[in-house]
Design a protein around this ligand. Structure first.
Ligand SMILES: NC(=O)c1ccc[n+]([C@@H]2O[C@H](COP(=O)([O-])OP(=O)(O)OC[C@H]3O[C@@H](n4cnc5c(N)ncnc54)[C@H](O)[C@@H]3O)[C@@H](O)[C@H]2O)c1
Length: 447
């Protein structure tokens, strides 16, 4: 059924009613700002649901890729992507932000990084909100999905919209709904992960929840929604730090903490398993807690636990390198001049994302100690080592045989761990990747 939006608008008694109809009939025109790990899958899902979607990005490369029907995100099905863009023409992209004047609902999925002083960088959110404000029209629903500290939507975005004479809940609807995409997770995706949503007013929450659909979990305010996202990621950050601290203690006490955590995990209530590792990586867990500490400082409030957790997690690169030195030493070798092969550099299993990867500082420290490093990661071609780009090598038995030490940095499923244990002189496993097969190997060290 083709719907004339002007007719629908004039038939509706309010902008809320108009938007509600466009949502239930899937005739609302959707804009997604930022076509990265979060924005592209979101745009794709909405196009698959039947909406007409325009993606907006400042990267001409990404815009061209989308319009050529070429998918660049692992979790999206290439064939369906091509069909939605090239055949059914449900999804297109542009860097012309005046096209925002043609959309009813706009989702903001831009980056929210931290700077070198661990201060939030909200310039991308601000710039996206300014683009929307410039092309705002009555009856628009704006949903911020980027992770940020409580207060961002109302303190940074709303004033830009109010300056243009709009009132939230009447002629404009604004909500916050954090994305929980977990790249590479085959069990939980956009369709089956609950999505928290909070609006500036009740009307904003209702419309945004209707748009999000069955998975929506409405909360009483926008600040609760903003806090829930940073809270859940900070919870993870702190618990990983605890596991890391215990792993260091475990080594001193000659207790395998991995086995301890599995054993504690048999308690059917009140315990959740978190494992040690080389640190924390990705665009979220090592970044988001600092949004909270920043906001707390503004209120003269300390967040000691978060800061301590950050210190412990950041120290893990040093722990790994010390363990590497110690194990080489036990074999009569110094790290200086030793051949070290690092398997996996992405921040987690089976993905190519290297952002904030904890393996990167380990590589820097190994290079500073004059180790001869070779890195293999089938998902990554180039890696920075002390700010210089290097090319990764193809994994081979020969590399393992030649190495004095092999460090498992990322537990990609494509690595043959039996072969790694068989062919290497020493294996330092930072991820428990050799679980259940390592017992008969005396060359194996678990972090
Ligand atoms: N990656 C994840 O797994 C994940 C999961 C949950 C939440 N998040 C959050 O989602 C947000 C986006 O993360 P991401 O991983 O998709 O980032 P990303 O870097 O992969 O993608 C962001 C995109 O936004 C574009 N962009 C930047 N400024 C823009 C502007 N002013 N207008 C239009 N486009 C612009 C960039 O070119 C890029 O393509 C962040 O706040 C992040 O914390 C990420």
């Amino acid at each position: 059924m083709s719907v004339n939006h002007q007719d629908l608008l004039s038939m509706s008694t309010s902008y809320k009613e108009y938007l509600y109809h466009t949502i239930i009939h899937k005739t609302a025109r959707i804009g997604v700002i930022g076509l990265g790990y979060v924005g592209l899958p979101t745009a794709f899902e909405k196009a698959e649901e039947g909406y007409q979607v325009i993606g907006f990005d400042v990267s001409d490369f990404k815009v061209k890729q989308v319009n050529n029907g070429t998918n660049y995100i692992n979790d999206i099905d290439d064939t369906t992507f091509n069909e939605l863009t090239k055949v059914r023409k449900k999804l297109s992209a542009t860097s012309d932000f005046s096209e925002l004047s043609k959309v009813d609902i706009v989702l903001i999925c831009v980056p929210t990084p931290i700077d070198e002083y661990k201060q939030p960088d909200l310039s991308f959110v601000r710039s996206a909100a300014e683009s929307i404000a410039e092309h705002l029209h009555p009856g628009m629903l704006v949903i911020l999905e980027s992770t940020t500290y409580p207060g961002t939507t109302e303190e940074i975005m709303m004033p830009l919209f109010e300056e243009k004479g709009y009132t939230a809940g009447k002629d404009l609807f604004v909500a916050y709904s954090p994305e929980r995409i977990d790249p590479g997770n085959r069990q939980f995706g956009i369709k089956n992960t609950p999505k928290i949503v909070g609006g500036v007013t009740d009307n904003c929450t209702t419309l945004a929840a209707e748009f999000i659909g069955d998975v929506s979990y409405p909360v009483s305010s926008i600040k609760v929604a903003e806090m829930a996202k940073v809270y859940e990621n900070t919870f993870r950050f702190i618990n990983i730090a605890f596991a890391n601290e215990m792993a260091v203690l475990g080594e001193k006490m000659d207790i395998d903490m991995w086995e301890v955590i599995e054993a504690s995990g048999t308690k059917p209530y009140g315990f959740m398993k978190f494992f040690p590792g080389p640190g924390v990586g990705g665009h979220c867990i090592p970044v988001d807690p600092y949004y909270l500490t920043y906001k707390a400082k503004e209120l003269n409030q300390n967040t000691k636990l978060i800061e301590l957790a950050g210190e412990i997690n950041n120290k893990m690169s040093e722990v790994v390198v010390n363990r590497a030195m110690k194990s080489l030493n036990q074999h009569g070798k110094a790290i200086n001049g030793s051949k070290v092969v690092v398997l996996g550099v992405a921040y987690k299993r089976d993905i190519s994302d290297m952002r904030e990867s904890p393996i990167l500082p380990i590589l820097d420290e190994l290079a500073n100690a004059n180790a001869e490093i070779t890195v293999c990661d089938p998902f990554v071609n180039q890696i920075p080592v002390n700010n210089e780009m290097r090319t990764t090598e193809k994994y081979s038995k020969r590399l393992l045989k030649d190495a004095d030490l092999v460090i498992i940095g990322t537990d990609h499923t494509c690595f043959d761990y039996e072969e790694i244990l068989e062919e290497s002189k020493i294996v330092l496993d930072t991820r428990n990747a050799c679980k259940d097969i390592e017992e008969k190997y005396s060359n194996y060290i678990r972090l």
